[in-house]
Design a protein around this ligand. Sequence first.
Ligand code: AMP
Length: 498
Amino acid sequence: MTSFSDFGLADTLNRALVDAGYETPTPIQTQAIPDLLKGRDLLGIAQTGTGKTAAFALPILQRLAPGKPAAPRRVRALILSPTRELATQIAESFKLYSRYMNHMSIAVVFGGVGHRPQEDRLKRGVDILVATPGRLMDHMAAGMVSLESTEIFVLDEADQMLDMGFVLPVRRIVKHLPKARQSLFFSATMPKEIGQLAGELLFNPVTVSVAPAATTVERVDQRVIHVETAAKRRLLLDVIVAEKPERALIFTRTKHGADRVVRQLGQDGVDAAAIHGNKSQAQREKALAAFKAGTTQILVATDIAARGIDVTGVSHVINFDLPNIPESYVHRIGRTARAGASGVAISFCADDERPYLKDIEKVTRQKIPAEDRRGTISVAERADTAERGERAERLSGKRPQPGNRSGNQRNNRRPAPAPVSAEQQRRDAMPAAKARQPGAAKPSHAAHGKPGQAKASNRPNHRDNGASEESLGRVGFLAGGRDGLKRRPEGRGQRDGR
Ligand code: AMP
């Protein structure tokens, strides 16, 4: 199968694909679409970036097209997504592919925003509903929507549902679906519990597996830098100055950590934004839109927030903290190897993260080239920061902004920031529930997120209120630092005046 026309899709869909610039189906599309058009169930082992959304959206649209529009409070096809970002993206894809179809209604519901507009929408009936589990259950409980006539059910990013504690809500939702339905189940990895869930939901499924972990991993130029926890901040600045990333995603393990990195980058003159679960929906959308548009070149994210983010042109993934789930490493670095592109992934590894590195190398069946920078980066020297600031300025070719540090100020060493103890830093870097006590043994299997084991430690701590809201839209002394990093031609990319 080398062309979309071979699938026998409706002309309306083919026209939309031409508009979208899709010429050749991706492997998952080639393998899944014919069986899905026949109504078969599907188990898709694939991650975001493989074209899986079109692999399920096109057959769903084709199958729903001849039928009657949804009755009030009814849904014809339900897609469950773990995150609001992914839900929004899936709904956008459906809208794109169905643009020439008449009367195909698509709606998205997720938490963190008002109920009322979603209720009004659901009351009218929806052909294709994309939802996160919690908010959908709210609407079901309130009688706003019924799944009794739903014909097609898609569970997307099932392993992420598990990590986020959504397996029970998913099972509850599925109980409301008719037995006679088409079910599709997508997961990037197949831990035991997810395999069990797939067994419960699917009937005689076709299994399609694309881009196994190793394939994605191979396309990315990976490096590990061994470094002390306390020196990561300086190392990050060094890496940014040296690599001049076009667009970088920096990963931290916690929301608190993401905010701290943004704050510290700001202090060091590099403009960045954070995206994580403590941000309001509006802030997340704003940060993501700025990153997509290229006005923010550095986005600092937690694993959950970053899942499903579909941004092309991510040149660098920087793991400020190594993930304690090896599969997350694959997801993270996959952000920079989308649609056949390749990228750079640089991981900082502190001594207490070495077990994580070991696990990652085991799961990805590779040895990541490593550099040892321990003992080479001075931690407490304020002047060191100033020097980097100068380097950043030189890169940008710009003078400091008024109100920021001037050349004179640079010579006046200000008192060093209150040192944070190594223990404090280490605790901050760990999920709250699992911060190990001094002297404790290396992380347990549960902390590693081994399949089938309790993953409480890996779940986002929704009550982590350590997030500061100052991280969006700040301008560091790099004065439109993006320019510096990107070295745009003069006159372009100035934040002020936009
Ligand atoms: P997904 O894995 O569904 O998140 O898709 C990843 C990206 O690939 C999205 O930006 C899609 O628009 C794009 N895409 C999906 N299928 C194709 C295709 N056949 N040709 C070109 N781009 C595609």
